[in-house]
Design a protein around this ligand. Structure first.
Ligand code: IPD
Ligand code: CA
Ligand code: CA
Length: 260
């Protein structure tokens, strides 16, 4: 039942995205001049809430635009109604809905759906990860130097040691291909599918990563903070890899990798 509600909810959000995509909609900005929110983000969130509340009116909701809808349920739905809003607002079809379901503090279900390229990623804790119902696995790459990596950059620049541009600089100077899709949830799913060998980003929010993090782990990958501790979506920094390049990419991020 949880899974079918999750699918109904994510499809409801994706239908809203399709309705507005490349059409006319209101756009405003949040903190940071390019941190956008559109009419479609709010409408997608509303449709997702309705689908969840129809089946589970008492569940806790945490969603990017509405914030927390607090209840005393041990189930929490963590929702990004559009991940990749800047892409969406520019008519770039690299954006998705992301929903993770937490039970007693542990993410047990995750789904990420990009309706424009028809990719539906799903994972259930302990049961593996799928893309359009086919099992997926992380890549087998063993070295950062020969990896294809993806990252994202914050809307408000973070000036800190080993910050986003420092790490980017280290990788680019060595000729490592680093991509920037503009959707943290898709970045994670594309690591899970073996397209990227690793992803890192300074400062993601729980709604960006809750679903994708489970999808990577269930595809055989590893997700941690920048110290190598097990990942929690409630802390900011994320590194997600195929597992094999994890320690080396951590060293690059922390400025202690030989050769970088
Ligand atoms: C953003 C995307 C982007 C990441 C930003 C996020 P939004 O989410 O995931 O890839 O770099 O940090 O805020 O604003 O499009 O939902
Ligand atoms: Ca997001
Ligand atoms: Ca969003």
């Amino acid at each position: 039942m949880l899974k079918s509600t999750l699918i109904k909810a994510i499809e409801a959000g994706a239908d809203v995205m399709k309705h507005y995509f490349q059409g006319e909609f209101k756009i405003s900005n949040k903190e940071g001049v390019n941190n956008l929110v559109t009419e479609a983000d709010h409408a997608s969130e509303k449709a997702i809430f309705e689908a969840i509340k129809a089946d589970y009116p008492d569940h806790f909701l945490l969603s990017e635009e509405a914030g927390e809808i607090v209840t005393d349920s041990n189930f929490k739905w963590i929702i990004d109604p559009i991940d990749g809003t800047v892409n969406f607002a520019h008519g770039i079809p690299l954006c998705c809905v992301s929903i993770g379901v937490e039970q007693d503090g542990e993410i047990i279900l995750g789904a990420v759906y990009n309706p424009f390229i028809n990719e539906f990623f799903f994972a259930q804790k302990g049961f593996g990860a799928t893309l359009n119902d086919k099992k997926i696995q992380v890549s087998k790459e063993t070295a950062v130097l020969t990896s294809c990596v993806v990252t994202g950059f914050p809307y408000t620049y973070l000036d800190l040691p080993n910050g986003p541009l420092d790490v980017f600089d280290r990788l680019i100077r060595k000729g490592v291909p680093v991509r920037r899709l503009g959707s943290g949830a898709m970045d994670l799913c594309w690591v899970a599918a073996g397209r990227f060998d690793g992803f890192y980003e300074h400062k993601l929010q729980a709604w960006d990563s809750a679903a994708g993090f489970l999808i990577v782990e269930e595809a055989g990958g590893r997700v941690s903070d920048f110290k190598g501790n097990p990942y929690s979506p409630y802390q900011p920094h994320i590194i997600a890899t195929n597992g094999k390049i994890h320690e080396e990419l951590l060293d690059v991020i922390n400025g202690r990798a030989s050769g970088f």
